[in-house]
Design a protein around this ligand. Structure first.
Ligand SMILES: [Fe+2]
Length: 314
């Protein structure tokens, strides 16, 4: 082949042979290796088969990113992830963030945040609680909150410790028009101190150096990737709405939380070891049940940043 002919020849993908379309020994699928099962009517699917795919090929990345944006919550079961596997899988969804609570991160893979009551890992006491965690969306105390959280269960207690997700997008769609008119364009104050007071923690120096940990965000936001309107709630982090006093704000928060946590908008997950859930913090909020302090719950989380240009909630 001349050099000119070679430069015009289609480039063959490295791992897939297209030269013989009838071959049965290539890497092409004749049936989809993935399937989905709805978790609720409005939000969330279980993705079946992703754990059997080798590596993180482009087709898998594109499919899972589409499903994540379409459904808000993706459940994967029977994964067998070490720390490196989890980080590699999570990278399919965007840039990984090293969580500001540096003292809770894995030493080897700082992108991993340990959430566990195990006492043998040298973690500070704030990390090792087994109490209930109330409704929130992750990192709303930051100017550019995470888009994704990917939580993997290493060890789970025999009972308790369930996690719940609530669909704030459908909740917004369902609000009466007069409520939408009242809240569209309003700004909520999210203050990390409020949650720390509830749970007995304090921001570390790194966190304090990075942000004020008190942020203004729209109460109704436009999702940066789907462009759908959605409530943006973190009731235990929000102190008030600008232009409203605390009592009036609290009444409104309670009303919106009730709308977002209607039975048919919530998915409750009873964890098994090897489960992982990826969620969209710009669409769902989550909470956790308490569990017995005599049992062990060991979870690892990665945190996924949105593209930087669209990372400030609007
Ligand atoms: Fe959280």
């Amino acid at each position: 082949m001349t050099a000119e002919a070679a430069s015009m020849a289609p480039e063959a993908p490295s791992s897939v042979a297209f030269s013989n379309p009838q071959a049965l020994t290539d890497d092409l699928y004749r049936d989809s290796p993935l399937s989905i099962r709805p978790l609720t009517t409005h939000m969330g699917v279980e993705v079946i088969g992703a754990g059997q795919v080798k590596g993180t090929p482009e087709w898998l990345r594109r499919t899972l990113n589409f499903l994540w944006m379409e459904h808000g919550v993706l459940l994967f079961r029977d994964l067998d992830f070490n720390e490196a596997d989890q980080v590699a899988f999570s990278r399919m969804f965007g840039e990984q963030e090293v969580h500001g609570r540096l003292e809770l991160n894995s030493r080897e893979h700082p992108e991993l945040l340990y959430l566990t009551n195990r006492k043998d890992l040298g973690l500070p006491e704030i990390a090792t609680q087994s109490n209930e965690l109330d409704w929130h969306s992750d990192q709303t105390y930051l100017p550019r909150p995470a888009l994704g959280s990917f939580l993997y269960a290493v060890e789970v207690p025999p009972s308790g410790g369930n996690t719940y997700w609530a669909d704030m997008r459908t909740a917004y769609d369902r609000l009466p028009e007069e409520t939408k008119a009242r809240i569209d364009g309003t700004i909520a104050i999210h203050d990390y101190d409020k949650v720390n007071k509830s749970y007995g923690g304090a921001a570390n120096d790194f966190q304090k150096s990075r942000t004020s940990l008190c942020e203004r965000h729209p109460l109704v936001r436009t999702h940066p990737l789907t462009l759908r309107r959605t409530l943006y709630l973190a009731p235990r982090m929000m102190t008030r709405i600008e232009g409203m006093d605390e009592a009036e704000s609290e009444t409104l928060f309670t009303q919106l939380e009730a709308a977002a946590t209607a039975d048919d908008l919530v998915y409750r997950h009873n964890w098994r070891a090897g489960d992982a859930v990826l969620w969209d913090n710009a669409r769902v909020m989550h909470r956790r049940d308490a569990f017995s302090a005599d049992t062990i719950r060991f979870m690892r989380r990665t945190t996924i940043r949105p593209p930087v240009e669209i990372s400030v909630p609007f």
